[in-house]
Design a protein around this ligand. Structure first.
Ligand code: NAP
Ligand code: ZN
Ligand code: ZN
Length: 347
């Protein structure tokens, strides 16, 4: 076994504290990564705080992982020691169902194996994530992080980035498309950068008036304050695609009304509470409500390469390990510009 140190919660709602644990040995198909940076996703906080129900503890969260390959198994062909590598939200899947075979393993019909807090389908026990010194992952779930990207700014691409890139591609964000990003947080700010790079007309829809200047800096053409009823009314039918990244329940009807003909509302936020809307809101204009969950490994690589090509990275505040509990509080207060990233050397 390989010794690792992580930041763990030992029960729901508990602070994260340093914890020594073990990783499996590097198997023939495995890559071992020494973690240099690990992003802090709101999903980590939901899970640790118990927003999504009961689960196994202790948990080392973290699924936005960047580091250096320090060992590879005998059968590994795609990675070498010294490569910069990344791991996202899942580290395994059944590899046999129709979706896995079709390269859509994030939608594995048997359920993907999440990077943390999931039963490890091949090795037993539970997975532990990226707020740690090192991780061992099967090569099929590891990606190359281009050297031209700053590693801290690249880490959040592994979850926040792909979660917005995938629906923007699926619904063909590009010239002539009016795209609204609801919530300018970790996910939302990546959505703005990608949608702008794809050539769409981009509006940030936010409940925080002070984020207007940032929205413009990030490249958004417009800013819509969701608490300004007159401004919201004026944008009725104003969008083709709206992606909701908000971490608390919203009045969905208000956002559906912003969609024009055949407009699509993509929900990626996961507050853990039921989602409701009035049927006439989707009948009108033939609107759709769809969900989207991260993206497959192949698209993760495509998104990282797109990011390198367009110079896209996350806006980050790099923190030492002992700041993690304060950082959680600040994420909940929407007081982060726009992603905390843990400096792995401080764990
Ligand atoms: P985040 O950085 O905290 O951003 C969430 C944003 O929601 C905030 O910046 C804020 O934007 C808005 N918000 C927060 N509290 C609000 C309130 N009380 N009223 C109205 N708006 C509020 O979180 P994140 O890491 O981007 O994650 C967002 C959500 O996506 C989480 O629920 C997370 O679990 C989920 N998620 C889903 C996937 C997926 O695959 N579908 C992947 C990753 C994360 P404004 O200040 O601009 O309004
Ligand atoms: Zn995440
Ligand atoms: Zn599968």
């Amino acid at each position: 076994m390989i010794s690792a140190r992580g930041l763990a919660a030992h029960e729901a709602g508990a602070d994260l504290v340093p914890w020594d644990f073990e990783r499996r040995d590097v198997g023939p198909g495995d890559v071992q990564i020494s973690i240099s940076h690990s992003g802090v996703c709101h999903s980590d906080i939901h899970l640790v705080r118990g927003d999504w129900g009961e689960q196994e503890f202790p948990v080392v969260p973290g699924h936005e992982i960047v580091g250096e390959v320090v060992a590879v198994g005998a059968d590994v062909t795609n990675f070498s020691v010294g490569d910069r590598a990344g791991v996202g939200v899942y580290v395994d899947s059944c590899r046999e169902c129709a979706n896995c075979v079709a390269g859509q393993s994030n939608y594995c019909l048997e359920g993907m194996t999440g990077t943390y807090a999931n039963p490890d389908r091949r090795h037993g026990g539970f997975t532990q994530g990226g707020y740690a010194t090192t991780i061992v992952v099967d090569q099929g779930y590891v990606v190359h992080v281009p050297e031209s990207l700053d590693p801290a700014g690249a880490a959040p691409l592994l979850c926040a980035g792909i979660t917005l890139y995938a629906p923007l591609r699926r619904f063909e964000a590009g010239p002539g498309k009016r795209v609204g990003i609801v919530g300018l947080g970790g996910l939302g700010h990546m959505g703005v950068k990608f949608a702008v790079a794809m050539g769409a007309d981009v509006t940030v829809i936010s409940h925080s008036p002070e984020k207007k200047a940032d929205a413009e800096k990030l490249g958004a053409q417009h800013f819509l304050l969701s608490t300004d009823q007159d401004a919201m009314d004026a944008e009725r039918y104003g969008f083709d695609l709206i992606i909701n990244t908000v971490s608390v329940p919203l009045d969905t009807n208000v956002y559906l009304e912003l969609l024009g003909f055949h407009g699509v509302f993509v929900n990626v936020g996961l507050p853990g509470e039921p989602f409701s809307f009035d049927a006439p809101r989707i009948l009108n204009q033939g609107r759709s409500i769809v969900g989207s969950m991260i993206g497959p490994v192949s698209q993760l690589q495509e998104m990282l390469d797109f990011s390198a090509e367009h110079g896209i990275h996350s806006e980050v505040e790099v923190i030492p390990a002992n700041y993690i509990n304060d950082a959680y509080g600040r994420v909940i207060d929407s007081d982060v510009r726009y992603r905390f990233v843990i400096d792995g050397s401080t764990i």
